[in-house]
Design a protein around this ligand. Structure first.
Ligand code: SAH
Length: 372
């Protein structure tokens, strides 16, 4: 069973495909890795060594693990570091600063990630599902439907692969890596795998990769119960809410989950996240010409945000990226400026999001795994 093209407005919460990728050490806590190693008849401390190779040295080749006894080394690596994904296509833009990779997973599902290098850091945009069930009509991923949830290790592996590229590039270090859950999928609809992935990414080695939680952004259409669950986890990641319209009538169409949880409910949940974590929430707003870019909508957005408080929010408008078959285009630059000015006038920090990789279909909303 595979993803089927959804009807307009149709939401899909249950993935049609349920096959599980091979177990990988990034699926497990360090304690569970130790158990797995013991089950294989080896001393538990081998789990730590193996974890250091993966998370610290970013190495998976047994030949490079000379601290492990040669006898049984390959078997140990095969058992806990199975290959999870292979590159099927890699495309570059921005003079090599933006790299989109399409990955084939064990069952043939295809996902994409995008690595963007900036002066002092790199940001990797990762996928959490093959496809997406949230069906936003302006997003190429949403239009293709949901194939399956990714495993924790499949989510983490994208970052580890990216970290290797960062390390190879003028000695860059993984500590200067940011991670955004803005590739394919609605990560909060694949809650457990995504939260476990965040833990693996932020826990220090040998438990995990040791990235800063503040450098990780969880983006959501506004699954209110899952947002509240995230609030309760107490991990200070940045939360981004894909709002795209301040009124329910338009948002029902642009972000179909709005038929379940309304603008006001999503904003309240975002505010609760801010209150609990002290982390300023981002509002994502794709500016679509003559659809959601009117002055009155900027005013209404500003009003709704200020009603809840000051200093808790940051608005990130982004010019709509074109997607195949869509009747919509980006707002006129003058209209975009006026939209930003209206929010700033109300004291709301607003920055137009830099959109990278448009010419390689690697920008927000363009990941469709069909650009090979
Ligand atoms: N499911 C998550 C992550 C998806 S992509 C979410 O919806 O938040 C990350 C961001 O890109 C979201 O804000 C999404 O609404 C936005 N996006 C999707 N399609 C886009 C497009 N064509 N142009 C600009 N942004 C888009």
């Amino acid at each position: 069973m595979d993803a089927t093209t959804p009807q307009p407005g149709q939401l899909t919460f249950t993935a049609p495909r349920r096959g599980k990728p091979p177990r990988h050490l990034a699926d497990l806590t360090l304690a569970d890795r130790a158990d797995a190693v013991r089950d294989a008849g080896l001393p538990a401390f081998r789990a730590k060594q193996l974890s250091r190779h993966y998370f610290e040295r970013l190495v998976v080749d047994p030949a490079e693990m000379t601290d492990l006894p040669a006898a049984g080394r390959a078997e140990l690596v095969a058992a806990l570091l199975p290959s999870l994904m292979t590159v099927i296509a890699e495309r570059q833009a921005d003079g090599g600063d933006t790299i989109k990779t399409a990955w084939r997973l064990f069952d043939g599902a295809i996902v994409e990630s995008v690595l963007m290098h900036y002066a002092n850091r790199s940001t990797i945009c990762i996928s959490s599902q093959a496809g997406c069930g949230m069906n936003c009509p302006f997003c190429a991923t949403g239009q293709a439907g949901l194939t399956r949830n990714m495993s924790t290790a499949e989510i983490v592996e994208q970052v580890v692969r990216g970290a290797r590229l960062v390390a190879a590039r003028h000695g860059g270090h993984k500590r200067s890596m940011n991670v955004v859950f803005m590739g394919m999928g609605e990560a909060l609809a694949n809650y457990k795998a995504s939260i476990d992935a965040i833990r693996r990414l932020t826990d220090p080695s040998p438990e995990g990769l040791g990235l800063s939680a503040r450098g990780i952004t969880m983006s959501t259409v506004g699954l209110v119960p899952a947002m509240d669950k995230l609030t309760a986890e107490g991990i200070p990641v940045t939360l981004a809410l894909s709002l795209h319209a301040p009124d329910d009538e338009l948002r029902d169409e642009l972000v179909p989950i709005n038929t379940r949880w309304k603008v006001g409910e999503a904003l309240d949940a975002a505010y609760r996240y801010y209150e609990a974590t002290g982390r300023r929430v981002s509002i994502e707003y794709a500016l679509i010409r003559d659809i959601n870019d009117q002055a009155w909508r900027a005013d209404l957005l500003g009003k709704l945000l200020n009603q809840r408080g000051r200093g808790w929010i940051h608005v990130n408008p982004i010019p709509l990226n074109p997607t195949p078959g869509s009747r919509w285009t980006a707002s006129d630059p003058k209209v975009e400026k006026a939209f930003v000015a209206a929010l700033e006038q109300r004291g709301i920090p607003t920055t137009i999001r830099d959109t990278r990789g448009q010419d390689i279909d690697g920008a927000c909303g363009q990941l469709a795994a069909n650009t090979i």
